[in-house]
Design a protein around this ligand. Structure first.
Ligand code: F6P
Length: 334
């Protein structure tokens, strides 16, 4: 943890924004930031549409009553955006001028590593204290065992695959199910184990087409009539899910094959209790860090405790796949 001391120990006004892909639990985090700030007698503003909204001055009061009845809501009441203008110095200057106009002394950024990169550059250029809260379903951020939205997404996937399994069994079919995760296989691996998938393809490991084919042939021979193959978007074999399915269909005609791409449904829906509690804790920790003069860090959770990691490390570090889970998934496919 780096402590970048600033005037923020006497901080009187902060703002919060959500940026990048939305994730269930972001609203719970916004609520927590607004209420934690109110508790510490710090004024809180909400910025609409992420960094783009900061550039366009879409800023409003966010008192404790403005966040009533949102803890259970998916999405983000502040809306989210990926801003190209904020990538430019001129865009960030406009953003800074708007912060000054409103008397905002520090920023809480809820998002993923792209959002933290923007926040860190902003802090370095203009000296605005920034604290990050990891909000993404991908769970691909270093410095926290869980990001906000990940647990909900896992439950969404498991529920969907349970349903797909019903039809797979009824028709003796092999289903390829694509889940999100461009760069990380956390969703595929964990929901794959939870949903009892026979094969799990992730970006971190190259199973190879031939091994996949052989493994499916073996399981068919062993008496399995239907199967689920969970495929992360960015899986290492490098073929898209339809190409994979086609290859297996051509080489394993014993199976009738279907493909299901779960897509953005994984990002929506009411957050799980785990994500609501996580978001509430992270929001409070973020505000208290700023109050204590700490900035340039991301709040995370490790072994049940709130921790802080320098934004630089959170951005550059790689969240690793749990090899024990890979082993579990391999044994469970028997
Ligand atoms: O980063 C979260 C994520 O859901 C990824 O898993 C996915 O690849 C991407 O966002 C999709 O982004 P978009 O909503 O821009 O299509």
């Amino acid at each position: 943890m780096t402590k970048e001391k600033s005037n923020s120990s006497e901080i009187s006004k902060i703002a919060v924004l959500t940026s990048g892909g939305d994730a269930p639990g972001m609203n719970a985090a916004i609520r927590s930031v607004a209420r934690s700030a109110a508790f510490h007698k710090i004024a809180c503003l909400g910025i609409n549409q992420g960094y783009q909204g900061l550039i366009e001055n879409k800023i409003k009061q966010l008192g404790p009553r403005a966040v009533n009845n949102i803890i259970n809501k998916g999405g983000t009441i502040l809306k989210s955006a990926r801003s190209n203008e904020f990538r430019t110095k001129a865009g960030r200057k406009k953003a800074y001028e708007n912060l000054k106009k409103h008397g905002i002394e520090a920023l809480v950024v809820i998002g993923g590593d792209g959002s933290f990169t923007g926040g860190l550059i902003f802090q370095q250029e203009f000296g605005v204290p920034v604290i990050g809260i990891p909000g993404t379903i991908d769970n691909d951020i270093y410095g926290t065992s869980h990001t906000i939205g990940y647990d909900t997404a896992l439950n969404t996937v498991v529920e969907a695959v349970d349903k797909i399994r019903d039809t797979a069994i009824s028709h003796n079919r092999l289903f390829f199910v694509e889940v999100m995760g461009r760069d990380a296989g956390h969703i595929a691996l964990n929901s794959g184990i939870g949903a009892g998938a026979e094969e799990i393809l992730i970006p971190e490991e190259d199973m190879g087409l031939e091994r996949l084919l052989e493994s499916l042939k073996r399981s068919k021979k062993s008496g399995k009539l239907s199967s689920i193959v969970m495929v992360a978007e960015g899986d290492k074999i490098g073929k898209n899910v339809f190409e994979l399915a086609e290859y297996i269909e051509d080489n394993l005609p014993a199976y009738e094959i279907r493909v299901s791409v779960l897509g953005h449904m994984q990002r929506g829906g009411a957050p799980s209790c785990f994500d609501r509690v996580l978001a509430s804790r992270m929001g409070l920790r973020a505000v208290e860090a700023l109050r204590d003069g700490i900035s340039g860090n991301m709040v995370g959770i490790s072994d049940g405790n709130m921790i802080l990691t320098p934004l630089e490390k959170a951005i550059k570090g790689k969240s690793k796949i749990d090899n024990e889970l890979v082993r579990v998934s391999e044994i469970m496919r028997l």
